[in-house]
Every structure is written in C-alpha cells, then in structure tokens.
Ligand binder design. Structure first.
Ligand SMILES: Cc1cc2nc3c(=O)[nH]c(=O)nc-3n(C[C@H](O)[C@H](O)[C@H](O)COP(=O)(O)OP(=O)(O)OC[C@H]3O[C@@H](n4cnc5c(N)ncnc54)[C@H](O)[C@@H]3O)c2cc1C
Length: 386
C-alpha cells in the first residue's frame, strides 16, 4: 500500500476512523457497483457514524464539521466504496441546503430521517434541453393558492430511483436572473414518474429521469427564496467541486494501491514488475498528479472554511482531479494486463465510475470557462453554473 499522501492538519484521527470504515466495506465494492440496488445497509452505517450530517450544524442535528473534515471523510470513504463516497457528496449538499434554506415544516419532516439514512434527498436541475446551460431549464412552477404546480422533465437526477424527495429546480418567472426556484418534491407525490438511466458507472446510486405532471407542492416546500434558487445552491458549488475532486482522488488512489500490490508480486522475465520502470514510472507520475489534485482540493476547502474566495481554485480543482483520476485508472488497468480488463477485478468499474466525475457537477470545459472568466474577466468565459 502507498503511504497516505500529506494530510491536512488535525484530521488524523478522523481520517484513521474513516479509513478503517472504508477498508471494512471495500470487499463488497465491486458487487455493489455492478448492481442497481441501493446499498441501504452501508449507507445507514455511514449515517450512524454521523457522515451524512457532516455539513449540517450541530443545532440542526448534524456534526457541524468543517469543509476540510467533511472532505477527509469523503476521500477515505471513496477509497473503500466509490459510490458510497458519491452518496456522501450528495448528502453533504442536499442536507445542508435543507438545514439552512428549508422551512420549519420541511426540516421537521425530512432532515432527521435523511441524517439517519432512513431516506435520501436527490438534486434535480439538469434537463435534456439544459445541462451546462442550466439557466435555460424548461420545468415550470405555476402559482396556485397555497402552493405551486410543477410541470416538466428532469434527467440525470442523482438518487432518482430510490430517494424520498428531490430538490427540483423550476422556472417561476421569466426573469433571466431571478426566475428559478428550488422546491422540495416528495417523489411519491401524485404526478411524479421516475425512470432509471442505464448507467455505465454510479449504478447503485439511481441516476434517473423525473417526469413532473402537474405535481402539487405546498409553499412550505419552497427551498430558499422564490426566484433565488441558484443563489440558494451556488454557495455550495465551489465546495462541491472540491468534494468531487476528493472523490476522484480517493477512487483513483484505490486503483494505484491495487497496482502497487500486484506489481510487487507479479513476475515476468524473472523479476517482479515492481523492478520495471515501464510499470513504476507511470505509477509515480499518477501518484504525483493525485497528490497535487488532493492538495489543491484541500486548499479550496480550507479557503472556503475561512471565507476566502474559491471560484477559480474550485474549478481548477474539479477538472484537474477528475481528469487525473480517470487517466490513472486507465493506466492501472493496463498495468494489470488481461486481469485488469474484466469485471473480476474492480478496476474497469472504477474507471467507469470515475469518468462520470468528469461530467457531473459541471464538465471540464465548463470548469475551464469559469477559470477563463476569473482570469480574463466576465465578458470572456460565457455563462456557467457558478
Ligand atoms: C454521474 C453523473 C451524476 C449527475 N448527477 C446529477 C444530479 O444529481 N442532478 C443533476 O441535476 N444533474 C446531474 N448530472 C448532470 C450533470 O450536471 C450534467 O451532465 C452536466 O451539467 C452537463 O450537462 P449536459 O450533460 O447536458 O451536457 P451539455 O451541457 O449538453 O454539454 C455537452 C458537452 O459540451 C460541453 N460544453 C457545453 N457548453 C460548452 C461551451 N460553451 N463551450 C465548450 N464546451 C461546452 C460540455 O462540457 C460537455 O462536454 C449528473 C451527471 C453525471 C454524469
């Protein structure tokens, strides 16, 4: 096993605990990853450790952890089970939004059950007509007495097949800046239809489509202010991007660990592969990139904890880590020879999982648009989720 790359300070105990948990669930990763069933058992184990509430304040029932601490847990858990790591990412974001921007009624009904892992809350922004260009969504919410009626189609929504509710974004006016509102929509509501997307990776996490046909949502389920849906969530986008980076680092680190172990025992032409620079140098190079990716991600998270600007560095962190991770996984597959190219080992599935991170939460080009805009000024980078 490689020694852990440099840790942020004061998180050693938390990291050790999360790593022990990750090691205890790793054996089942591949079977779970190839299945479409959600793993409520390990999800609830993570809940029992307080991991779903890391980003929720103590007075609301969470752990009140810093972004750095939450990142450490997510990175380690991803090393044991990539998909559980992704679920932590989703829980960090949705549970924090509900805790901070949900009404009393919504918090009472949803927050404690989601923190306990009894149910989960998804996030439904993307549509067929609007992904990166998310301000162009077509889902509409029409005002009625005491609430809203939602019509539209969402796609690529995380947890769609098993979540109890989803934070759905819909257009409440044609105001180009303040026309989109978030709604907490229970997914057993009349008029909601769910459909699973046949996923290459992330299979147990239930990415799917939601059809909303006149779904009635009470006023209490508006998340944040009407028309300010993006303002409610954009604060979490930067932290989310660095979390995705750590998810990528954790997953790819597992592939590197496996390859070091394999290369140390597999002999060709009378010597172990670990004596061949053709094998060890690519490992050294990928380990270097992952270390850099990790340090950048923690820099973003500690800056966020200290209230410093993170837009540029979060976008840098996201594209660099996810691309580095997929490249690492691909080379680790080749380093395993024919064994790597099958679902007998977890490497192929890990690569399919990791590649999704290059798209989720804003693809690489969108991150580069954000960086460009930060470097050159607003007129240059176009619009993007930030
Ligand atoms: C694993 C996974 C999980 C996801 N989970 C969720 C979720 O929980 N909730 C949710 O709402 N969405 C989710 N998504 C959707 C994700 O947010 C979108 O896929 C993403 O925002 C990109 O939108 P799109 O797929 O429509 O691509 P498009 O916007 O159609 O872009 C297609 C390609 O063109 C590039 N591109 C777009 N515009 C430009 C430009 N101006 N210049 C250069 N290149 C450009 C993009 O980078 C991309 O490579 C998930 C996606 C994945 C893969």
């Amino acid at each position: 096993m490689t020694p852990p790359v440099t840790d942020p300070p004061d998180t050693d105990a938390l990291r050790a605990e999360a790593r022990a948990f990750a090691d205890s669930i790793y054996d089942g990763y591949l079977e779970r990853a190839l299945s479409q069933d959600f793993f409520w058992d390990i999800y609830r184990e993570a809940a029992g450790r307080g991991y779903l509430g890391m980003r929720v304040a103590r007075e609301r029932g969470g752990c009140g952890a810093s972004a750095v601490e939450a990142g450490v847990v997510l990175e380690e858990v991803a090393r044991g089970d990539f998909n559980l790591g992704f679920c932590l990412f989703g829980a960090y974001s949705a549970n924090r939004i509900i805790a901070e921007a949900g009404s009393d009624e919504v918090r009472e009904r949803w927050l404690l059950p989601t923190l306990a892992g009894e149910t989960a809350i998804g996030f439904a922004l993307t549509e067929l007509v609007a992904g990166s260009d998310s301000r162009n969504i077509g889902t509409r919410a029409t005002r009625i007495e005491g609430g809203w009626r939602l019509h539209g189609h969402k796609t690529s929504s995380g947890f769609a097949t098993f979540a109890g509710a989803s934070i759905v974004f819909a257009r409440t006016s044609d105001d180009p800046r303040n026309g989109i509102t978030g709604f907490l929509v229970p997914l057993d509501s009349d008029g909601v239809r769910r459909e699973r997307i046949p996923n290459a990776g992330f299979r147990p996490t239930g990415r799917g489509k939601l059809a909303l046909d006149g779904v009635l949502v009470p006023d209490a389920n508006v998340v944040g202010e009407v028309g300010r849906g993006f303002a409610t969530v954009t604060g979490s986008f930067d932290v989310g991007r660095a979390m995705i980076a750590l998810l990528a680092v954790g997953g790819a680190q597992r592939a590197i660990d496996m390859t070091i172990e394999f290369a140390s025992t597999r002999e060709t032409f009378g010597a172990p592969l670990s004596e061949r620079q053709g094998i060890t140098f690519p490992i050294a190079e990928h380990a270097t990139r992952l270390e850099a990716a990790k340090q950048l991600a923690y820099h973003v998270l500690s800056s966020a904890d200290e209230g410093r600007p993170t837009t540029k560095t979060a976008a840098m962190s996201k594209w660099f880590a996810t691309e580095s991770a997929t490249n690492a996984a691909r080379d680790m597959i080749v380093a395993h020879g024919h064994r790597g190219y099958s679902d007998e080992l977890p490497l192929m599935q890990l690569m399919r999982d990791l590649q999704g991170l290059e798209i989720a939460e804003g693809p690489t080009q969108i991150q580069k648009m954000i960086i460009t805009r930060e470097l050159f000024g607003r007129s240059s980078g176009g619009r993007a989720r930030a």
